[in-house]
Structures are given as C-alpha cells and as structure tokens.
Write a protein that binds this ligand. Structure first.
Ligand SMILES: CC(C)(COP(=O)(O)OP(=O)(O)OC[C@H]1O[C@@H](n2cnc3c(N)ncnc32)[C@H](O)[C@@H]1OP(=O)(O)O)[C@@H](O)C(=O)NCCC(=O)NCCS
Length: 182
C-alpha cells in the first residue's frame, strides 16, 4: 500500500472491492470507451474475473494492479506490469480514472509512485507508458513525469501505440550507481 496524503494506492481485494469497482467502471464507461476496448464487455462477471486474474498475476510477480483511492473512495486503477514475453529490464505503467477524478493530478501522482516502485526492482532499467497517439491526456501524464517519446509499437488489434520511456538514470540522475562509481 502506498499512502500519499489524500491518495492511497492499494492492492485490490477480490471480494470486498467487486461491487465498488464494478460501479466505478459502470460510471466511467463513456469516458473510457475511446481508449479501453474492454469496457464494451463490462459486466459484474468480467469484473470478478479481472480481479481474480490480478490476484494470480500479483502472486506471480507479473502485474501489480492497484486501486486508486481518493479520500476513501475508489476513483480508478493503476498498473505496474511486465509485458508478456517482454524484456526483463522493462516495466510498464497503465492508469485510468473515473471522469470526476480527472484534472487534479491524481493519475500523475499515482504513476509517479509506480515509477518509484518500478525502480526498486534492481534489474529494471526503464519504465514505459504506451497509449493511442490520440490519447493526449495519457501522454501528458508521461510527459509530466519526465518520460520522453521513444517510438511506436504495433498493438494486438493492428493499431499503433505511442511509447514513452523513462530510464533509471533519467529518473535519478545522481543515483546510488553514480555515487559508487563516481
Ligand atoms: C489518462 C487519464 C487517467 C489522465 O487523467 P488526467 O486527469 O488528465 O491526469 P491527472 O490526474 O494527472 O491530472 C492532470 C490534470 O490535473 C492538473 N493538475 C492539478 N494538480 C496537479 C498536480 N499536483 N500534478 C499534476 N497535475 C495536476 C493538470 O494541470 C492537468 O490538468 P489539464 O488536463 O487541464 O492540463 C484520464 O484522462 C483517463 O482516465 N482517461 C481514460 C483512460 C485512459 O485513457 N487511460 C490511459 C490508457 S493508455
């Protein structure tokens, strides 16, 4: 669990969070639809299956998905994960918010905290954020955190994502690695 004053990032509880997460997604459907195709299939059963998979993936160390809780209310989710078949020195970050929680820096603060967590894994050299190039709000989060545009990646659906990258050195230019060697 990460506590940042009014903001908490915490692991989902498969049973206790089912109803609230379902409701938050339900209320966010129109806002998420352009960028997250899974909302078209949204249902209580799908949300339950999502929470079950997250629990397994967390246990396997592949995916750390957290509820974003603002002043006690769930307002979205963020995810630190390793892409399936991806290189071991890269972790990725994803996020979404209820529309009422946007415009206040919540996603930026959550993603910043996940960057910090990512670089606690010693083998991680860089963190990536990828999104539809038209998703300017998502890119703005990456830019605010000092990520730079790295390139494009083909998506499973045949489209193309814009990939942003932040290296360990960019995140911590005067880091411990430099102190040891410098
Ligand atoms: C992507 C998404 C999470 C970004 O939300 P957001 O509200 O723009 O991002 P933040 O929560 O970081 O808030 C940033 C805004 O708050 C403002 N802000 C206020 N206080 C701030 C602070 N302390 N730190 C950063 N920004 C702050 C910023 O100026 C910015 O406002 P602006 O958009 O008018 O410039 C949101 O648009 C979303 O849920 N989209 C749908 C799902 C999605 O696309 N997810 C990403 C898929 S790759």
């Amino acid at each position: 669990m990460i506590e940042l004053d009014d903001l908490i990032l915490r692991r989902f509880d498969r049973e206790a969070d089912l109803s609230e997460l379902h409701q938050v997604i339900e209320e966010s459907r129109e806002h998420l639809r352009p960028w997250m195709s899974w909302v078209d299939e949204h249902s209580l059963e799908r949300t339950a299956a999502f929470l079950e998979r997250r629990e397994e993936a967390w246990a396997a160390g592949r995916d750390f998905t957290c509820a974003i809780v603002l002043n006690g209310a769930m307002v979205g989710a963020c995810q630190l994960f390793r892409r399936e078949g991806g290189p071991v020195d890269v972790l990725e970050i994803g996020y979404w918010l209820h529309p009422a929680a946007t415009g206040r820096g919540v996603a930026t603060r959550a993603a910043r905290a996940l960057v910090g967590q990512a670089f606690r894994f010693p083998g991680v050299d860089h963190v990536e954020i990828s999104h539809d190039p038209a998703n300017l709000a998502s890119g703005a989060v990456a830019a605010r955190l000092g990520f730079t545009e790295h390139g494009r990646r083909r998506t499973e659906t045949g489209g193309e994502d814009l990939v942003w990258r932040l290296t360990r050195r960019q995140a911590d230019p005067g880091g411990r690695e430099d102190e040891r060697t410098g």
